[in-house]
Design a protein around this ligand. Sequence first.
Ligand code: AMP
Length: 180
Amino acid sequence: MHRIAVYCGSRSGDFSVFTTAATELGSLLASQGIALVYGGAQIGLMGAVADAALASGGDVIGVIPEALMLDEVVHTSLTRLEVVGSMHERKARMLELADGVVAMPGGLGTLEELFEALTWAQLRFHAKPIGLLNLNGYFDDLLSFLDNSVSTGFLSPQNRALLLHATTPESLLHRLVNVA
Ligand code: AMP
């Protein structure tokens, strides 16, 4: 596994545990020689994971649409910044660059990115492992909802199993690397 895409909030959330884990994840990726692919912003958990990876000597590739460079305060110290034309290009490029995907707590943008990676995996457009970092039970209801989709007959157990999850960056990365 050479590169992992991390989807996470452009905000930091209301509990310090989120920023602490973003920092842990960034450092962990760098220490394992895995480059971080992310949205290229300086703000929120996105900034925290990138800053930590860079501070630990890791490579960080940001992919940002031109129209968001001001709103999301583009990070100016990345190993590489790719400026793309749209959100669609951003998601496609991030997934293309990565060997695996991690979603951390975030808002609508994070969920959208996660579900695109999952639906593309479901359609067998890629076979990259996808992991959810479930900090402080943030995603408990989402995981229950997916179980409900299985028991209601809208989601197959095989496709439900595409989403790995763990409660610490270390255990999640371990899972991702072992299924890859
Ligand atoms: P959020 O989780 O809402 O804080 O957003 C996290 C990141 O996802 C931000 O960089 C957003 O710009 C990005 N984002 C939001 N919507 C989309 C989308 N439709 N496609 C790609 N990225 C998005």
